[in-house]
Design a protein around this ligand. Structure first.
Ligand SMILES: NC(=O)c1ccc[n+]([C@@H]2O[C@H](COP(=O)([O-])OP(=O)(O)OC[C@H]3O[C@@H](n4cnc5c(N)ncnc54)[C@H](O)[C@@H]3O)[C@@H](O)[C@H]2O)c1
Ligand SMILES: [Zn+2]
Ligand SMILES: [Zn+2]
Length: 376
């Protein structure tokens, strides 16, 4: 079928993207879903900083590709052997498909499935297939999803059925920012009631980590960002203390305010400075969680002996250490009960032709989550 999609041609074009146009809107050919795959009509696709990092060229991608890895939509066709999903179902997508066979899937950690990691690096679906073409040439898949399009074909393991009472443009954010942020707080950090927590980097992911800390019952919640506008919203969402990053005294100020640091510090900015800050404000015996994704060659370091004698733990958090089939419905239920007000993080919807300008706004930090509605 013919489908309108935002095709990324080149990484590292200069800003503003509204002028350099790293993505153009093309009519691509999309093949029907193969065995174990589904065709999804995209109802909403969020603009995440990970897409921006691909546009910037921070992490190499196979090109051309159609980005977009956070979304929700309607199943329009199912391939052979797909169970549990039917035409007309509403789904939220998870940006890691799971093969169900590798040691990580078998070990209950499908978010770090090796089969999925290999196919993503290769720009294919989990099956190894490429189902998008332009002018006869293959277009690579992105995170096995490629949601910046009217329709996409994805592994059925990436699609989680949801109730139909939530608008798809609102549900989209559950596909990455909510899974990653709330999951980092609840699954990776395992914040406990009455504890102290901090979130460093208050974008779509970080604000969700903050909401996760509230749900977990943290008593003290410190929010840190370089952008003062983010601190105001963080307070409204439940932060008890806010600090502007960037000045030399901020670490000492947080340590003093929290009487020795926080039990859980979550880094969600994707830059080494934020990770260093998160580690520095982690109390003795505490845990530093990082969900940020900087360029692959970026290194962080810490004093080895103090890490040992202070018994600090450092944990990576990919897709919030989530089990999408369990956690997407759980987080949606919390949302419906008013416990996870993620609608406060939505900065409006855009059409396909606005996609480049949308990433200019994300770069500027003037928005949290913009949602692309490609069939609007
Ligand atoms: N681990 C995962 O599974 C996963 C999933 C999605 C996104 N990510 C990554 O998470 C990061 C955040 O994504 P997002 O969409 O929320 O981005 P965003 O652009 O919406 O937010 C980033 C925030 O970090 C702040 N920031 C920048 N430098 C800072 C510093 N030195 N100290 C404190 N704050 C700082 C910015 O002002 C901004 O508010 C990105 O690196 C992204 O690639 C990881
Ligand atoms: Zn994302
Ligand atoms: Zn696997």
């Amino acid at each position: 079928m013919k489908v309108k999609a935002a095709v990324l041609w080149e990484q590292g074009r200069p800003r503003p993207y509204a002028e350099s146009r790293p993505m153009t809107i093309e009519e691509i050919d999309l093949d029907p879903p193969g065995p174990g795959e589904v065709l999804i009509e995209v109802g909403g696709a969020g603009l995440c900083h990970s897409d921006l990092s691909s546009i910037e060229g921070l992490r190499t991608r196979r090109l051309p590709t159609v980005p977009g890895h956070e979304g929700a939509g309607t199943i329009r066709a199912v391939g052979e052997g797909v169970r549990g999903l039917a035409v007309g179902d509403h789904v939220v997508t998870a940006f890691v498909a799971s093969c169900g066979e590798c040691r990580y899937c078998n070990g209950g950690r499908p978010n770090i499935c090796t089969g999925s990691a290999a196919s993503r690096a290769d720009g294919t679906l989990l099956s190894g297939a490429r189902r998008m073409r332009l002018g006869g040439e293959p277009v690579h898949h992105y995170s096995g999803l490629s949601l910046f399009a009217q329709y996409c074909v994805a592994s059925a393991s990436s699609a989680v059925k949801i109730d139909k009472d939530i608008p798809l443009a609102d549900a989209a954010i559950f596909g990455c920012a909510v899974l990653t942020g709330v999951g980092a707080a609840l699954n990776t950090a395992r914040i406990h009631p009455g504890s102290s927590a901090a979130v460093v980097g208050l974008g779509g992911v970080g604000m969700n980590a903050l909401l996760g800390a509230v749900v977990a019952g943290a008593e003290r919640i410190v929010a840190v960002d370089t952008n003062p506008d983010k601190l105001t919203l963080a307070r409204e969402l439940g932060a008890t203390d806010t600090f502007l990053a960037g000045n030399a005294d901020v670490v000492q100020a947080i340590i003093e305010a929290t009487h020795g640091g926080v039990e859980y510090a979550i880094e969600t900015a994707g830059v080494a400075e934020a990770m260093n800050l998160a580690y520095a404000i982690t109390a003795r015996g505490g845990t530093t969680v990082s969900a940020g994704l900087p360029a692959p060659n970026k290194l962080v370091s810490y004093p080895h002996a103090a890490m040992v004698s202070d018994e600090k733990t450092i944990k990576g958090s990919y897709m919030g250490s989530c089990l999408p089939q369990r956690d997407i419905p759980a987080y949606l239920a919390l949302y419906k009960r008013g416990k996870l007000p993620v609608n406060r993080l939505l900065s409006g919807t855009i059409g396909l032709e606005e996609i480049n300008a949308g990433f200019d706004r994300l770069t500027a930090g003037s928005v949290l989550r913009q949602v692309l509605v490609p069939n609007g």
